[in-house]
Design a protein around this ligand. Structure first.
Ligand code: HEM
Length: 563
């Protein structure tokens, strides 16, 4: 080989390696791909060819390979870093930490302890409403931009689910970036979440909610109520998505470690959500993905079993499998599996998180607890069926409490990612310009906690929802109104987006609200909830974490059956 290269001087060989490194950067920049073979070819192909064909005669093969590989790769890395920090980068005008501008590894590392929501909120407080949180990523905390960016003619989904699912193929609906394909797929979900479908699910919710109350009541002494909500939501979502298959409530513990797996999986998924290409690599190594792969495989097994068994009830699967449209062929098996997985992951943790936060808030705010109890007792006195949803509309305080919990402790604190199509036009909203390829998040936690959207935003104060809607149940003279009325209260519901917003928002919103209302009414009708003696709730706020969904600290309680 060296013979072929005779005449190539070391400085020439190094210069060629530098030039190829610069060219490779331009190729990476223009043609983003998750194809490992393309990545490997670009990373290792040029220096391998250089070593093979231009090795200077005075270098040994080993030395030459070392010099050419390191020159090529160092040039590529330096070119990337310099470009990302330079005024030439399309997002150069947006402020943010240098580490974020250089690589998504920075935010990936920061998210590991779980306080990404607080970190991004702090960035907004320091840099303003638009912050660069990655080389091509922005976080936005400006309620006035939310509808133009996420509403009817908003921007498609971003790529973070590719990293979360450790694959660029076989993705669930939530991850589909092509807007037309996403909306086609969503039609099935929309039928499965229509008011008439949800009416039919009420008895599924009621059966599991009764089981939840019975099983909690059977425990002696203190219980960790969040764990029981976990069992409830997981069993219920398994009923919905797979026609059953999970009996955690019955077991009374995390049988099969599903929640341990889910928590670990969310942690891994959050890191790779920031680095989708790396997630795709790691996804090829079964041992490296550990619990995330186990969780995904378990869901695949449940979905496959359900497809084989066929549908016995009108549950969510009935609609996802188009059994309500018998003249149409069923969707491909892989689609059913992917969306079954999605139902469990999207529907179980979020609702459980909200219910746990709600109990925490009631325990920390006895005045709120008393008022909610009074409203529940008014509509569901002892003997009245607490699973009957007919009074929910007449319960403004119940709805205010749930909204306020979702505002202060959003179960998906970061929200959902969007990306301006790289091959299309940029997006201009007022003076905010997002160049093609820009990835962004309308950051839910920061928006909910912005004083420009909500008076005293960190304070848990359900009455704000009553004042805003001028609900007659709260007189302006009531001390709970804090001397505010609709004109003096800051209350911008455009900045309230726990379920995200627009045509790609949470399709399970109505179901989740129904579940929460039913469980809260039934729980308060039957039990008095008391915090464990000596527990002051101190670490809930500080240890509420963000791994896309929100792991929360334990809330230890004692339940006393009400007379
Ligand atoms: C309190 C409970 C819940 C909260 C706070 C919540 C929140 C969210 C958020 C923020 C998104 C991202 C939407 C976006 O990309 O803009 C989402 C998506 C989704 N959620 Fe929920 N969710 C909850 C409960 C549920 C339930 C019970 C289900 C039932 C299966 C569900 C199913 C879904 C699905 C299928 C998506 C993907 C929607 C799409 O891509 O079109 N969620 N959810």
């Amino acid at each position: 080989m060296a013979e072929v290269a005779e005449g190539v001087s070391p400085s020439k060989a190094v210069a060629v390696a530098v030039s190829l490194g610069l060219v490779a950067h331009q190729i990476f920049r223009r043609y983003e791909t998750y194809n490992i073979i393309v990545h490997a070819a670009l990373l290792f192909g040029p220096p391998t060819l250089l070593t093979a064909f231009t090795l200077p005669s005075e270098w040994s093969l080993l030395y030459g390979a070392f010099v050419l590989f390191s020159t090529y790769l160092a040039t590529l890395a330096a070119s990337i870093v310099i470009y990302r920090l330079s005024p030439l980068h399309p997002l150069a005008r947006y402020p943010g930490p240098i580490g974020c501008k250089i690589s998504k590894l920075y935010l990936g590392a920061i998210c590991i302890p779980g306080y990404q929501h607080k970190y991004i909120q702090a960035l907004h407080n320091r840099y303003g409403d638009v912050v660069r949180i990655g080389p091509n990523d922005l976080s936005i905390r400006d309620a006035s931009r939310i509808n133009p960016l996420m509403g009817a003619s908003g921007v498609p989904k971003g790529p973070h689910f590719i990293g979360r699912m450790l694959s660029a193929t076989g993705l669930p609906m939530v991850a589909i970036q092509d807007t037309d394909v996403h909306l086609r797929r969503r039609k099935l979900w929309q039928r499965g979440m229509s008011p008439s479908a949800i009416k039919e699910y009420e008895h599924f919710i009621a059966r599991r909610a009764r089981q939840l109350l019975d099983r909690m009541g059977e425990q002696k002494g203190e219980i960790t109520i969040g764990n029981w909500f976990n069992y409830f939501t997981y069993d219920f979502m398994s009923d919905m998505a797979f026609g059953g298959g999970s009996e955690l409530l019955d077991a009374g513990h995390d049988e099969g470690n599903v929640w341990a797996l889910l928590d670990d999986a969310m942690f891994i998924a959050t890191f790779f959500g920031h680095l989708p290409w790396l997630g795709v690599y790691i996804g090829k190594i079964p041992a490296a993905t550990g619990n995330l792969s186990i969780l995904l495989n378990r869901c695949v097994e449940c979905a496959t079993a359900r497809v084989k068994k066929g549908s016995e009830k009108k549950d969510l699967f009935h609609y996802l499998n188009q059994e309500d449209l018998p003249n149409l062929p069923p969707p491909p098996m892989q689609q059913l599996i992917d969306d079954g997985v999605l139902a469990i992951i999207a529907g179980a943790d979020t609702t459980s998180s909200a219910l746990t936060s709600l109990v925490y808030c009631l325990l920390m705010h006895p005045d709120v607890y008393d008022k909610l109890q009074a409203e529940v007792d008014k509509f569901y006195p002892s003997g009245e069926d607490a699973m009957d949803t007919k009074h929910h509309r007449e319960m403004p305080y119940l709805n205010a409490v749930i909204n306020e919990v979702l505002r202060v402790y959003p179960p998906v604190p970061g929200g959902s990612q969007r990306q301006v199509p790289p091959d299309g036009q940029g997006v201009l909203v007022g003076d905010l310009y997002l160049p093609p390829g820009t990835i962004f998040w309308c950051h839910i936690y920061s928006t909910h906690h912005d004083p420009r959207n909500f008076t005293d935003p960190s304070s848990f104060w359900p009455e704000r929802w009553l004042i805003a809607s001028e609900d007659p149940s709260l007189a302006p003279s009531d001390p709970a109104a804090r001397g505010l009325d609709k004109t003096t209260l800051v209350h911008n519901e455009t900045g309230f987006l726990p379920f995200s917003t627009g045509p790609m928002n949470c399709v399970g919103k109505t179901l989740a609200m129904q579940e929460m209302r039913m469980v809260v009414c039934a729980l308060l009708q039957r039990y008095k909830i008391r915090a464990r003696d000596g527990w002051d709730g101190g670490n809930f706020e500080s240890e509420y974490r963000d791994y896309f969904t929100a792991p929360r600290p334990e809330v230890p309680v004692v339940l006393e059956t009400r007379a």
